[in-house]
Design a protein around this ligand. Structure first.
Ligand code: AMP
Length: 218
């Protein structure tokens, strides 16, 4: 059976980075509700139009909308593809929906990996980040600039983008939402004995190694 995991942690904890690595190293598939919503906003779909203001404010989009999007994407994947849930669930209701989505498809949740981080450091991390507009490679104003100014190291593109919700004020709201609505769902998974905690402030490679040890213990 496919290995299904949740990466949990506040915005900027490194969930996306680690998910991308798991995709390329282990053939897993990242299902990010944030990415799905950004695609809907970009495409100007009714869901995108409805979600945009909520996302710009750093608040949570309704459970029904995100759960609908997630269900569609999950069905687009074969039953044998291992999935990383990134940014979902974010509320107790979503956690219940995920249980049903998985059990209806004969899937089980194997691990919930919580990336533990320091909030003040996260604001610094998030407000400097940007990505290549073509291949999605991640950069940072202070910690990781392209080797040649204005040119992506990976694909050579000269176009970069920043998320509109990566400003200090919205980031604080996103963190408050995480504390109030998402962190409280951890006990549900703790009770099942499937939560592992990883130091998300460590070097990216060290975080990847720690996740690897959880997924594939020696
Ligand atoms: P993310 O890329 O995961 O940081 O998500 C960006 C924004 O999309 C969040 O601040 C929310 O407004 C919205 N969003 C993403 N996933 C969810 C979710 N599971 N539930 C509600 N809102 C979400």
């Amino acid at each position: 059976m496919a290995l299904d995991i949740i990466l949990l942690g506040p915005p900027g904890a490194g969930k996306g980075t680690q998910a991308t690595r798991l995709e390329s190293d282990h053939g897993m598939v990242q299902l990010s509700t944030g990415d799905m919503l950004r695609a809907a906003v970009k495409a100007g779909t009714p869901i995108g139009v409805q979600a945009q203001a909520v996302m710009d404010a750093g608040e949570l989009v309704s459970d029904d909308i995100v759960s609908g999007l997630l269900g569609e994407k999950l069905d687009a994947r074969g039953p044998d593809v291992p999935v990383i849930f990134d940014g979902y669930p974010r509320t107790a209701t979503q956690a219940q929906v995920l249980d049903t989505l998985l059990s209806d498809r004969g899937r089980t949740l194997d691990h919930v990996i919580e990336l533990e981080v320091d909030e003040d450091a996260l604001v610094d991390r998030i407000t400097g980040r940007f990505t290549c507009g073509s291949c999605g490679e991640g950069y940072h104003d202070r910690y990781k600039l392209p080797a040649v100014d204005g040119v992506c190291d990976k694909c050579g593109s000269k176009e970069f983008k920043r998320r509109p919700d990566d400003n200090a004020e919205t980031v604080r709201t996103r963190m408050a939402e995480y504390r109030a609505k998402t962190a409280p769902i951890l006990p549900i998974y703790d009770a099942r004995g499937i939560v592992s905690r990883v130091d998300g402030m460590a070097d990216m490679n060290a975080v990847s190694q720690a996740i690897e040890a959880i997924l594939h213990p020696a």
